[in-house]
Design a protein around this ligand. Structure first.
Ligand code: IPE
Ligand code: IPE
Ligand code: MG
Length: 256
């Protein structure tokens, strides 16, 4: 059995993979990028250093996704609950987001990446909301990788907002309650038109969903590698794809 891609195997991670010719590649990988604070703490650095190193891991992961043929990558960068963090950390994270948008979008566009954001972007302020809208407009025609950043995102509030929109459509007579199917409901979510995630990875060893893609990940495969997000690299990504390729997705049915 050949590894999906050669490269240094991370310590303790097996990269043995099924035959790459036949191994199914997940269409959509979603990642809860966790462990920045612990990474910094272990180095006696301020938390912001962990978030900065986390931004480098984002770059590596986008490259790894493109190289492996994953078409959709969704990254949980800031949850609706993260507003509860101290003001200085929020200001560091907002600053990093602004810096990322100003300095990385042109490169994403060159790489033919389409960028989208899901979540309550208005909470970051008008300038970031506008930069996100500009980046989405600039990259709207790209199809090599669909990159979605979950920013001030919460799964429950997304579902409630969708339910509210459904109720409004029903009240105004544009949607008959009997026409509300699962597919129709999906069309009211931020992720309308996107495929559901096949694989959700949460780094840092925490085994929680933390309000991420609650509706969309109903049948995703989950993986909880111990690696802290700032250390995440192409070998970890490939190892996750290899693990996914060994899963047996049954969707509740009985295999023959
Ligand atoms: C993930 O790292 C980044 C965000 C949630 C914004 P954390 O900041 O949660 O890092 P830990 O979990 O404290 O190590
Ligand atoms: C989840 O991580 C959110 C992101 C990675 C953006 P947190 O570190 O905020 O989640 P909890 O507090 O461990 O649930
Ligand atoms: Mg965390």
């Amino acid at each position: 059995m050949a590894p999906l891609r050669t490269g240094a195997a991370p310590a303790g991670v097996r990269i043995e993979a099924p035959d790459p010719e036949s191994a199914p590649v997940p269409r959509h990988v979603a990642i809860i990028m966790d462990g920045n604070g612990r990474w910094a703490q272990a180095r006696h650095l301020p938390r912001v250093a962990g978030h900065r190193a986390g931004a480098q891991a984002v770059r590596r992961t986008i490259e790894a996704a493109i190289a492996s043929g994953v078409g959709w990558l969704t990254l949980y960068a800031f949850s609706s609950e993260n507003w509860a963090r101290p003001e200085d950390e929020i200001s560091d994270l907002t600053g990093l987001l602004r810096h990322y948008l100003r300095h990385e979008v042109a490169e994403l566009h060159r790489e033919r990446v389409r960028l989208r954001a899901i979540g309550d972007r208005a909470r970051f302020g008008a300038d970031i909301a506008r930069e996100l809208a500009d980046a989405e407009a600039l990259t709207a025609g790209n199809t090599r990788l669909h990159l979605t950043m979950a920013l001030s995102y919460g799964g429950r509030s997304e579902i409630v907002a969708a339910a509210r929109a459904v109720a409004q459509a029903a009240a105004s007579g544009t949607l008959a309650p009997s026409d509300l199917t699962e597919d129709a409901f999906s069309g009211f979510l931020f992720t309308a038109g996107m495929p559901d995630p096949d694989l959700v990875i949460r780094t840092s060893g925490e085994r929680r969903v933390s309000n991420f893609l609650l509706w969309q990940a109903a049948y995703a495969e989950y993986l909880f590698p111990e690696v802290l997000w700032p250390d995440f690299n192409a070998a970890h990504f490939d190892s996750a794809l290899a693990d996914y390729a060994r899963r047996n997705r049954r969707y509740g049915a009985r295999p023959e």
